[in-house]
Design a protein around this ligand. Structure first.
Ligand code: ADP
Ligand code: MG
Length: 735
């Protein structure tokens, strides 16, 4: 969240009464207290201990590092290396704060090559755990073993047998920080994080062999040998299925007024499917995170690829060492870069063009190769990628939609499932990729029909320049309530009506993608007649009786006939496919990664029947696009929001009986007033969380790229500049 950037006006309330009291005395904290506070910062969790220890081993020039972990790291973390070891004379001060062999003056920081430099890691560990060091330097007959507490040696170093290098054990982590230990014990074990961390180091440091295992386990969870290439290392760590879907990537810039860097790495191709982004980033040899870069890459993927997948990215960036500030984070996890924005943009562009060109290549190979061809990795990447073309697709997002209050299990969502091998899968990707490129580069080419060209022109000529600037350059802050999201643009905050904005965006996308849609295949054909009946019943809630059924049936039949007559047009231009048996079978992809809420299919069909002007070409396309826009808009889910007052809805109370038959069905007579309907609540929570995710990760990035906000939005309450303090406070409460 970007909130901290904002200037918050002080509340206009009357001055609160200040009671005068003696100022408290300022005292110097005991060193042991400050040390422990600092330690808590550097050593946040077991995986941060592992990171520091492994970095020390790397700094010591180790070519073999092994990690053993017990009880998620709370009982034991042991890191052994074959590095240069630690001098006997240095052992007494090894674990004091700010003792390091890597830095002498502040200026050294500018050119520092080692991972460590603060001389705090080992010290910190001794304040929150029991540290034992075993080490031997070259040419010694024996090594030394010594334990530390609170920065100091517990005893003189004892001679011991040792193999080359250093072994550091950290036991009983956070034994003296009960809250932290409890929190970690309750949370899931840190071991997966540790495995993830070692995996990342292992694919970068191809000249070092790594192992990582649980204490007592025979089998290591990460085990690498020195690798011939980066791709081999990735294959060893992440496995062949990931390695074969990777493409090499590079980018650089050498313009001091813009940015100076070199980047190389691997990124996943369109074949790769994952729900979460894996981003392994090294900047000047440091394992770091860079959120803006990660986001930019995710946007490049969602804007370029038609299928919803998060990328796998390995990237190594080199910048002049004076361009990077490594000292912005106590655990050195984030770094700050000079000209970060320009660097991020250049990399984003490189990834986009790589994805686009590789998509073309891939399609070419579809026809050319057979699935049996398996050769050495890297030689025929594309061939291998295609041997897995039938791997299971990610299911669409709304798996838990309620369709109608009388049907608790959700009747319609079952229709919406991407099936591998369905017609839309068979469609060559080339066309869709070309479209994506063309649409992004030059929307006007989208169709040759003059009516569509006019509609595109209408959109372009009706843009509000001020709003366009806001849309293109805003930062998404968060949701303010069920309808409004909060955006920051320069120093202003805006509330934006998500429903209106998404409706308009979808409309514009339909016009731009006209005739060129990818399709969402419904897993089961959805009968028009039945859906139209549902829609009519919903419109007509007052007359709950069935007496109007005959009349509704008549209207449904008429509408079905009409849609059957228009089926060809709907299919050809909008990818709305209706089969011979009067079933809806396909819907268009209007925005990549977004599927409409299937609760609204009945309404949508009714609106196609009722609201579309079929007589004039331009109006016809416009009204169909508007109907699709309404349907695909990001509405609040049908179930009330369980956070806040909405929770009332989920109490199994008799009050609800009659207003919602679905609840009634699930509600035995004798439950108490405050029982919560857990299943329904979970369903609602998922729907709302999903929506929030979509707004942030799909709607807003796409809006930035594609939306041309019409003039009307400046006046109709779609964009509201936040001036009222009331609203501000409400929002801050939420954040
Ligand atoms: P920093 O890495 O910032 O210097 P640390 O507290 O992590 O601080 O380590 C302190 C010093 O201990 C290092 O500068 C290094 O000289 C020594 N050291 C720590 N771990 C090892 C190791 N595995 N092998 C050799 N020397 C080590
Ligand atoms: Mg260190």
């Amino acid at each position: 969240m970007q909130i901290e950037k904002l200037e918050v006006p002080s509340p206009p309330t009357a001055e609160p009464e200040v009671q005068w009291r003696e100022p408290p005395t300022i005292r110097r904290l005991e060193e042991s207290v400050t040390n422990r506070i600092a330690a808590g910062e550097v050593v946040q969790r077991p995986s941060s201990v592992v990171k520091e220890l492994v970095e020390n081993s790397l700094d010591a020039g180790a070519t073999s590092i092994s990690v053993v972990v017990k009880d998620g790291g709370l009982k034991l973390i042991q890191v052994s290396d074959n590095g240069h070891g630690i001098r006997y004379e240095d052992l007494p001060i090894l674990c004091e704060r700010h003792t390091t062999s890597k830095l002498t003056s502040f200026e050294d920081l500018q050119t520092i090559k080692s991972m460590g430099f603060r001389g705090e890691a080992l010290a910190s560990m001794t304040y929150v755990g029991h540290v034992t060091v075993m080490t031997i330097t070259d040419g010694q007959l024996h090594g030394y073993r010594v334990s530390y507490r609170d920065g100091v040696m517990e005893h003189e170093p004892k001679p011991c047998a040792a193999v080359k290098g250093t072994q550091i054990m950290v036991e009983n982590l956070f034994y003296n920080m009960l809250a932290r230990r409890k929190a970690l014990q309750n949370a899931s074990d840190d071991y997966p994080k540790i495995v993830d961390l070692i995996s990342r180091f292992a694919i970068y440091h191809t000249n070092v062999s790594f192992t990582c295992r649980k204490h007592g386990a025979n089998k290591a969870d990460v085990s690498t040998v020195i690798a011939a290439s980066r791709l081999d290392a990735i294959k060893m760590v992440y496995g062949m299925p990931i390695a074969r879907d990777l493409m090499e990537i590079g980018a650089s810039d050498n313009n001091p007024t813009r940015s100076v860097f070199e980047m190389d790495g691997f990124i996943s191709s369109a074949n790769y499917m994952a729900k979460k982004t894996t981003m392994v980033l090294f900047i000047n040899d440091r394992l770091v995170e860079c959120t803006p870069l990660k986001r930019a890459i995710e946007v490049a993927y969602s804007a370029t690829l038609t299928k919803a997948s998060k990328p796998f990215v390995f990237m190594s960036i080199r910048v002049p060492s004076e361009h990077v500030d490594v000292n912005v984070h106590p655990t050195k996890r984030e770094v700050s870069l000079l000209n970060q924005e320009s660097l991020v943009n250049t990399i984003q562009d490189a990834i986009e063009s790589k994805l686009m060109s590789s998509n073309n290549t891939r399609t070419f190979h579809t026809q050319a190769v057979t699935s049996t061809a398996v050769s050495h990795l890297g030689v025929k990447k594309d061939t291998q990628a295609f041997s897995t073309v039938t791997k299971s697709q990610k299911l669409p997002i709304n798996k838990m939609v309620r369709t109608d209050s009388r049907d608790p299990s959700g009747r319609l969502h079952a229709y919406l499932q991407d099936r591998p091998g369905s017609q839309n899968e068979k469609k060559p990707d080339l066309a869709s990729v070309r479209n994506a490129i063309r649409l992004r580069r030059n929307p006007k080419e989208a169709s040759d029909l003059t009516s569509i060209q006019e509609l595109v022109r209408d959109i372009d000529s009706n843009v509000h320049p001020g709003l366009l600037d806001i849309v293109n350059n805003c930062t998404y802050v968060g949701l303010a309530d069920e309808i409004f999201a909060l955006l920051q643009h320069n120093t202003h905050l805006y509330l934006v009506n998500v429903v209106n904005v998404s409706k308009e965006l979808m409309y514009q996308q339909v016009i731009r993608r006209f005739g060129n849609f990818n399709a969402i295949q419904l897993s089961e054909p959805a009968p028009l007649l039945e859906l139209l009946m549902i829609a009519l019943k919903e419109e007509d809630l007052d007359s709950a009786s069935d007496e109007n059924d005959a009349f509704r049936k008549k209207i449904s039949e008429m509408n079905t006939d009409l849609l059957m007559k228009k089926a060809e047009l709907l299919d050809e231009y909008f990818s709305i496919h209706i089969d011979e048996q009067q079933n809806l079978t396909r819907l268009p992809v209007v925005l990549d990664q977004h599927t409409p809420d299937m609760d609204h299919v009945p309404e949508f069909l009714l609106s196609l029947g009722n609201d579309v002007v079929w007589t004039s070409e331009k109006e016809c396309f416009q009204t169909i696009a508007a109907a699709i826009g309404d349907f695909y808009a990001i509405q609040p889910p049908v179930l009330p929001n369980p956070s806040g007052n909405g929770i009332q809805f989920y109490k199994n109370s008799k009050r609800d009986a009659g207003t919602n038959a679905a609840i009634e069905l699930k509600m035995p007579e004798n439950v108490s007033d405050t029982d919560i309907d857990g299943e329904l609540l979970a369903e609602a929570e998922t729907a709302w969380a999903q929506r929030e995710w979509t707004i942030q990760h799909v709607l807003f990035p796409s809006m930035r790229l594609f939306l041309k906000p019409p003039n009307a939005m400046a006046k109709n309450g779609t964009f509201v500049q936040v001036t009222s303090l009331d609203k501000l406070y409400k929002i801050f409460e939420r954040c």
